[in-house]
Design a protein around this ligand. Structure first.
Ligand code: GDP
Ligand code: IMO
Ligand code: MG
Length: 431
């Protein structure tokens, strides 16, 4: 049962959409196992460039069954619009399967996300304000509404009434916002239930049956390792399990079914939203990486913070995910600099850290100084047409080999541009 988890090995936006689309041909199912429409995955398929937020990036292939797993949170309005967008572009969503156990993002979750960020002021997390955190809070608090509840009007009304009894108090009394009425939300949401109905499935059972039948599954992570609720830079994280461990819980497939874990890492690093970022460049080089790399969020349009590749982060990602492979993306962007730095360890308060520090306070500029190795670049040389590893300039080859050495993970896929054919296969095998 060859299945692969593909996930972000940094702070998100590593190019998961591109790589998912690229290797999808080897799989039968592409499964999102966590997150919601906080994600923004770019896929370029022929002349079409799409930004997918909720539907798995394999949707463009007829042979793929895309699955939204139980670990996801679903905004039915966004789902409906995304399905319409895809159909409009000529991609069928007929095969899409949505777990009956996935949780529903309600309008009050979105209001509460915005309100709690305003309340935090300068300590805000910088969320995407899509209601993700509040929806997962309700899931953990056992007051959430699932897809199967939405599809049964009687149950939906009952659960909604119980939820609103509390939510309206919080909305009005704590945040000074407008309350919701049950009928008002039913009017908005029940039409979406009809869109979802033909797609709802017991996806855990489906995936296990299909694995037994010899089918291949690709689990498409959203966000990234350092945004994971357990393993990320808490509290500046998202509210779900982005790491490889999230794939079994977020899909209902046991861990023994997974034989490859492919971590996607940019050849530098970016972060959008607040939180520590030891190798952040607040200078002209950072600006240049942002400009050349087009580093603006797919979901919110926010400018991404840019910095040098951080091997401490990558070694940590290799450990917490059991990475078997790495896909190194955006190597072409580094053609804009003459020398390239790689952070190999941190120094903070007189101590050296080769491993991700236990206390995240260490990661803030007040304490941390990254220890860099400097490598010669290949400035001005366009590598976006390179098709083999040997086509790359000697210093680019050397850089990739160096990253493999300091992270301990083979870079078996190297991306040199956003298009599918701008990719070098460097030892990747799906099974
Ligand atoms: P995701 O969230 O991990 O799927 O990544 P995003 O789609 O948010 O951001 C990655 C961006 O980089 C997108 O605009 C991609 O089209 C683009 N991209 C992916 N790989 C490469 C690459 O190798 N080179 C360049 N220049 N762009 C890339
Ligand atoms: P993809 O899948 C980058 C960040 C937000 C914020 C934090 C919490 O495209 O890589 P949330 O709305 O999830 O509660 O926000 O997480 N964040 C992302 N950053 N890429 C993403 O997704 C992200 N999804 C959430 O910016 O810092
Ligand atoms: Mg993204």
């Amino acid at each position: 049962m060859p299945s692969t988890v593909l996930l972000g090995a940094q702070w998100g936006d590593e190019g998961k959409g591109k790589i998912t689309d690229l290797i999808s041909s080897d799989y039968d199912y592409v499964v999102r196992y966590q997150g919601g429409n906080n994600a923004g995955h770019t896929v370029i398929h022929g002349d079409t460039k799409l930004a997918l937020h909720l539907i798995p990036s394999g949707v463009m292939y007829d042979h793929i069954t895309p699955v939204i797993g139980n670990g996801c949170v679903v905004d039915p309005k966004v789902l409906t619009e995304e399905m319409q967008m895809l159909e409009g572009e000529g991609f069928s969503c007929e095969n899409l399967r949505i777990s009956c156990d996935a949780h529903v993002i309600m309008p009050y979750h979105i209001d509460l996300d915005g309100a709690s960020e305003r309340h935090l002021g300068k300590h805000e997390i910088g969320t995407t304000k899509r209601g993700i955190g509040p929806a997962y809070e309700d899931k953990a608090g056992r007051t959430g509404i699932r897809i199967q509840d939405l599809l049964d009007e009687k149950i939906f009304r009952e659960k909604l009434e119980a939820a609103l009894a509390i939510k309206n108090q919080v909305l009005t009394k704590i945040y000074g916002l407008e309350p919701y009425a049950v009928d008002q939300i039913c009017e908005m949401y029940l039409p979406y239930a009809e869109v979802i109905r033909p797609h709802m499935a017991e996806t855990a059972q489906l995936l296990n049956q299909e694995l037994r039948a010899g089918k291949n599954i690709l689990f498409e992570g959203a966000q990234g390792t350092l945004l994971d609720i357990d393993h990320g830079t808490y509290p500046f994280v998202t509210s779900s399990s982005c790491c490889a461990g999230g794939a079994p819980t977020g899909s209902g497939v046991g861990p023994k079914a997974i034989n490859k874990v492919l971590g996607i890492a940019k050849a530098y690093i970016t972060r959008v939203g607040s939180g520590p970022f030891p190798t952040e460049l607040k200078d002209e080089v950072g600006e240049r990486l942002c400009k050349v790399g087009g580093e603006y969020g797919v979901t919110t349009g926010r400018k991404r913070r840019c910095g040098w590749f951080d091997a401490v982060v990558s070694r940590y990602a290799a450990d917490v995910n059991s990475l078997t492979d790495m896909a190194l993306t955006k190597l072409d962007v580094l053609s804009c600099v003459d020398r390239i730095k790689v952070c190999v360890a941190y120094e903070a308060d007189g101590k050296r850290y080769d491993y991700f520090p236990m206390q995240h306070s260490v990661l803030y500029p007040k304490h941390v100084t990254p220890i860099y190795e400097e490598l010669p670049g290949w400035e001005g040389q366009d590598i976006s047409d390179c098709k083999t590893f040997e086509d790359l300039p000697a210093n680019a080859q050397r850089y990739v080999k160096y990253l493999e050495e300091v992270t301990g993970v083979p870079a078996s896929i190297i991306a040199v541009g956003p298009e599918r054919n701008q990719t070098i296969f460097h030892g990747w095998e799906s099974r």
